[in-house]
Design a binder for this molecule. Structure first.
Ligand SMILES: N[C@@H](CCC(=O)N[C@@H](CS)C(=O)NCC(=O)O)C(=O)O
Length: 201
């Protein structure tokens, strides 16, 4: 059984989708970021960086704690044997696009959101710079999907699961990126994706 600590943000949702996709047994613990629960001793005892998502795999001795959503996805893929190819070349492509999520698209999206919506005073020039970068990343993503059914190749993988929740709020842009639009619809129709996106409710 896996204990899954989360809140309703895109970093948490990629793990709830993965848990639903794999069918692994898990229990959700909502960590309320709005009330600062993630900075309290109980949660810091599990993840000293005070961040969600965090899992504790009680099937491992002493309970294995894993943080960082990309690392959690790899861990759950290897535990379940699903959504990460074992063949070297195919696996490398999935990891490459998983890093596209972890080091390019998700940080740029979060930073742009912060500069526009949370920063006082707002920083429109810096946000505009990041938005330009996001459009370039979307174009790169769209080009990849022009030649591949899924982001890491021809099979649905943890790279798709990683990116899907990150870009939901940009759905209005997708008319400019027809391949992303096709992929987004296809991935969004999966039962596990719909369920995962609603956790925690
Ligand atoms: N790189 C981390 C990012 C995790 C992260 O930033 N989580 C946010 C919620 S989306 C959080 O817990 N923030 C609390 C804080 O920074 O105080 C991952 O992919 O898991």
């Amino acid at each position: 059984m896996i204990d899954f600590y989360t809140f309703g943000t895109f970093h948490g949702k990629r793990i709830s989708i993965m848990l639903e996709e794999t069918g692994l047994r898990y229990q959700v613990h909502k960590v309320d970021l709005a009330t600062g629960e993630h900075k309290k001793a109980d949660f810091l005892g599990i993840n000293p960086s005070g961040r969600i998502p965090t899992i504790v795999d009680n099937d491992e001795s002493n309970g294995l704690i894993v943080t960082q959503s990309a690392a959690i996805l790899i861990y759950l893929a290897e535990k379940s044997g699903l959504f990460l190819p074992t063949e070297r070349v195919a696996k490398t492509k999935v990891i490459e696009w998983l890093f596209f999520h972890a080091t390019d698209i998700s940080p740029s999206m979060f930073d742009s959101f912060f500069l526009k919506k949370r920063c006082e005073p707002a920083q429109p020039d810096a946000a505009g710079f990041l938005d330009q970068r996001i459009f370039e990343l979307y174009q790169h993503f769209d080009n990849q999907l022009a030649n591949n059914e899924f982001i890491g190749g021809n099979s649905y993988s943890i790279a798709d699961i990683a990116i899907f929740p990150t870009i939901t709020e940009n759905e209005t842009f997708f008319d400019a990126y027809p391949n992303i639009k096709r992929w987004y619809k296809q991935v969004g129709e999966r039962d596990a994706v719909q369920l995962g996106m609603s956790i925690p409710n």
